[in-house]
Design a protein around this ligand. Structure first.
Ligand code: ZN
Length: 867
């Protein structure tokens, strides 16, 4: 093995981390900025006129951040001025306390492959500024605590760019001669530069209007290419629902006369909450039954709501610095989760969110990239748009909601918005508002913001039949994480209830236990029959739980718990215990799982969507997470064996579930979605049972489907199997959707996730396909990102999976470092695997780190992953 220390010494030494402790308020404020854009894809000329006002007594120069741009000119108070040019900024010395500065810059949007700043996508010109893209448009104090009032004028070719949009409200437009036109927008709300946006293009809008609670009418527009217009109704109706919901649940009203959303095909993230002009990855806007799955429909609504909710949690109150990122993201994710729960089944929503947390955040918290919800330092901020900041951050807010209760939480939220409206706030400000409104003391709870790592909780139930007393011995341990070897105990809200094992009835009310010490004993009195422990109900704390519950206890809870989420958890734990036994001992008794699944399938009053989730086996990676050393092949075999056993022994029940859910016409309702979900799960089991007609059933479903959920589900079943219908279905699907990039992404990802032995060969071939490109982030993620979470294929014993991903990441880093760096974590999990695999994974990380011209993004992610 190479010595990595020498190879990373040089670049790592150059990159200086930014530290939270070094925060200093800005030296200069910029209350006003007028921007003038002469737009063109090849060349855009920008002139920014800003007012700079000295803040406090100091004699430091005005520092304007820049990334890859050099001003054509700088004028101070109308006079051409000198500036000094640093690597990442220019500095101007200003004699007085207030000056007007005019800076001119020339940009080349069509060469901007990073998709940060002003770039071209399809025929459009659009911007992306969070976190630090504005400095690629204009030298500026590009930090979230500098709040500025923006006025934007755009001039562009009338044919290519008939629509010109920016933040705020439109204030004027007209002809500019020479086949050009202009438009002006004004945003009355001071905002940080990361919320600036403009879009120019040949777009049409699905329009609507919304009347706010105080009776103001807001014009809504979802802007897309004309050919996509028919796919925007769902997004528009989700937007209206979200606007009404935020008024009702949080008392938050929209504040401009217009609210626009634009869909673009090339986008690094999901979507962006620019004030009054949200810009979306088209995958989170476009939906119709033929091209979007139910999952896509749900995601569109959730992301539309999320970005809309940012208008208050993010825009009206923004972040003081990027270490506070979870202040807006954790809170806003929590808000969008609540919103989605209110639209359909809260239990199924919670199941999906917890599954996502375990798939993405728990591994992050257990690996080399673990960081607190409020990090202490970073090299590259775009690497910190993580599951920890977003999803664990949302769990932290959820715990406050659980502990304070609905009413006090709402009072805290009101106080937070009141106090900090129009300012840049901190996580600490949020906690203080919650405390002040509720009287709660969150001192210890704040550790959730500063300590990384998923707490482990042990709960051992004992029962003395004689005195009717049950005891739960609780212990917690917060594991060490990089830079944090020793941890203090955290405050963990645990919702607990006991059930009688004979009657199946609850033994008393649910209790909310706040575990704040390393260990505690909880007593329940009047427990007349043998109790079964239901704990961490609703996943009230994001912890890893270890209990002394037997397979029989878990099976019991999966049938009798009165909280559907807890029923699901009991089933998952039972499956997980069985699979871990199978992997570590080579075999396991499947009977308890099979009986529990049979009972769930046979419960007529359960929601079908819930049943579909409850009977699914845990993912291969989640099983791997339970093992000290992961053998991906053994995990795969154990899981397949249980799947086959479940499939064959419950053959008739799967058949009934499949037939009973036979599709009618497409409807986007919770009931219809549930039926489709269960039907696809049942189809998977029918195929696993080896039923001779399974491939025909799948193919018939594939061909007869009137919606993408059914078609895609059938395709996935065929792609995982050995039937020759697999190739036919893939070809039909490709030819039908070859002109639809979002559906073509599904064609790539369904193959990247294949459970077949030859998945690596397929994926290597697909990377050479004419429709594969790293220039589009969705496409790169559909193939490379999806493949790297296909546990068995990625960890192919030959190491080919690792090499493939590393090759792709190196190529992608040249185009788009942000998107490349996001795909590093699967390689960084080498410590979890056997020595051979670990050495190969490290080898690829070393190769990445040693590559010439590596981005700061990749250097941080790959470098840290070697530790
Ligand atoms: Zn967000």
């Amino acid at each position: 093995m190479l010595d990595i220390r020498s190879s990373i010494a040089t670049p790592a030494a150059k990159a200086q981390p930014i530290r939270r402790a070094d925060y200093r308020p800005p030296d200069w404020l910029v209350p006003e900025l007028a921007l003038d854009f002469e737009l063109g894809a090849g060349e855009t000329r920008v002139t920014g006129s800003l007012s700079a006002v000295r803040s406090g007594a100091h004699d430091r120069p005005l520092r304007l951040d820049r990334d890859g741009i050099v001003p054509d000119s700088v004028r101070i108070d109308g006079v051409e001025a000198d500036w000094s040019q640093l690597d990442d900024a220019i500095e101007v010395t200003l004699p007085g306390d207030a000056h007007s500065i005019e800076i001119a810059v020339t940009l080349h949007p069509d060469r901007n492959t990073q998709l940060m700043g002003l770039y071209a996508s399809g025929g459009l010109l659009c911007t992306q500024c969070e976190a630090q893209g504005f400095r690629r448009i204009l030298p500026f104090p590009d930090r979230p605590d500098v709040l500025t009032r923006y006025r934007v004028r755009m001039t562009a070719d009338s044919t290519r760019y008939p629509v010109l949009l920016a933040n705020g409200d439109p204030v004027g437009s007209g002809d500019a001669g020479d086949g050009r036109h202009w438009a002006e927008w004004d945003d009355p709300f001071p905002k940080p530069s990361y919320l600036f946006a403009l879009v120019a293009g040949d777009l049409v809008a699905n329009t609507g209007s919304f009347t706010t609670m105080s009776g103001r009418e807001v014009q809504l527009g979802i802007w897309v290419r004309e050919s996509d217009l028919a796919k925007t109704d769902h997004a528009l109706s989700a937007l209206k629902t979200a606007m009404a919901w935020d008024e009702k649940v949080y008392g938050r009203e929209y504040d401009l006369d217009v609210f626009n959303i634009v869909a673009v095909d090339d986008f690094n993230f999901g979507a962006m909450e620019n004030k009054g002009l949200n810009i979306f990855n088209s995958r989170y806007i476009l939906a119709d039954p033929d091209t979007a799955t139910d999952y896509d429909y749900d995601a569109v609504a959730a992301v539309v709501a999320h970005e809309y909710f940012h208008n208050w949690s993010g825009n009206r109150v923004t972040c003081r610095d990027w270490f506070q990122l979870s202040l807006k993201e954790g809170f806003t994710v929590f808000r969008d989760q609540q919103f989605s729960a209110d639209q359909g089944s809260p239990a199924v929503k919670r199941i999906e969110d917890v599954r996502g947390l375990r798939a993405a955040q728990f591994p992050e918290d257990a690996g080399p990239l673990a960081h607190p919800v409020r990090p202490d330092e970073y090299l590259e901020i775009s690497n910190f748009y993580t599951a920890t900041i977003y999803n664990k951050g949302a769990e932290v807010i959820r715990m406050m909601h659980t502990m304070l209760g609905e009413a006090a939480f709402r009072a805290g939220s009101d106080l937070y918005f009141d106090r900090h409206d129009g300012t840049a706030a901190t996580v600490e400000d949020f906690a203080c508002a919650m405390e002040d409104a509720s009287g709660a003391d969150l001192t210890q709870f704040r550790l959730w913001y500063s300590q990384a790592g998923t707490p482990r909780v042990s709960a051992q139930l004992s029962h003395a039949p004689g005195d009717g007393r049950a005891r739960i011995a609780l212990r917690q341990l917060v594991p060490p994480t990089p830079g944090q070897p020793d941890k203090a105990p955290m405050l963990l809200p645990l919702r607990i209830k006991l059930f009688g094992s004979e009657t199946g009835k609850p033994l008393g009310e649910e209790r909310l236990v706040l575990l704040g010490d390393t260990s505690a004993d909880i007593a329940f009195d009047g427990v007349a029959e043998t109790p079964v422990l239901s704990i961490n109900r609703g996943f009230s704390a994001p912890v890893i739980l270890d209990t002394n519950r037997t397979a029989a206890d878990l099976a019991f809870l999966s049938a009798h718990d009165d909280d559907p989420f807890a029923r699901y958890e009991a089933m998952q734990q039972l499956m997980l215990d069985t699979l871990v036994t199978a992997v570590t001992h080579g075999r396991a008794d499947h009977d308890a799982v099979i009986a529990a699944v049979a009972r769930t399938l046979a419960s007529p009053d359960l929601d079908k969507a819930f049943v579909g989730e409850a009977v699914l086996l845990p993912s291969e990676s989640f099983i791997g997470d339970q093992l000290s050393v992961v053998d991906p092949d053994a995990v795969f075999r154990a899981r397949e064996a249980l799947r086959r056993d479940l499939a064959t022994r419950l053959g008739e029940q799967w058949r009934d579930a499949y037939d009973g859910a036979a599709a009618n016409r497409f409807e986007y309702t919770p009931a219809a979605k549930g039926l489709r979900r269960l039907r696809n799960v049942a189809l998977g089991y029918l195929a696993a049972s080896g039923a001779p007609d399974a491939a025909d059933l799948a193919f018939a479903q594939f061909e007869g489907a009137d919606n993408m959920t059914d078609r895609h589900g059938a395709l996935a079943t065929l792609v995982n199997g050995t039937s020759d219908k697999r190739i036919a279905a893939l070809d039909i699907f490709y030819n039908r959707y070859r002109d639809n990039p979002l559906v073509l992404d599904k064609w790539f990802s369904v193959q990247a996730l294949s459970a077949r032995d030859d998945a690596v060969d397929q994926v290597e071939e697909l990377a050479k396909h004419r429709d594969f490109t790293l220039a589009n982030p969705n496409r790169a993620r559909a193939l490379v990102g999806m493949f790297s979470v296909n546990q068995r294929a990625f960890h192919h014993p030959s190491g080919r999976g690792y090499r493939f991903v590393a090759d792709q990441l190196l190529a992608l880093d040249k185009l788009n470092p942000q998107t490349a760096a996001k795909l590093v974590p699967p390689l960084g999990r080498w410590k979890r695997f056997d020595d051979d695999r670990a050495a190969m994974m490290r080898g690829e990380l070393e190769r990445i780190v040693a590559s010439a011209g590596l981005s700061k993004d990749m250097l941080e992610q790959a470098g840290k992953s070697l530790d």
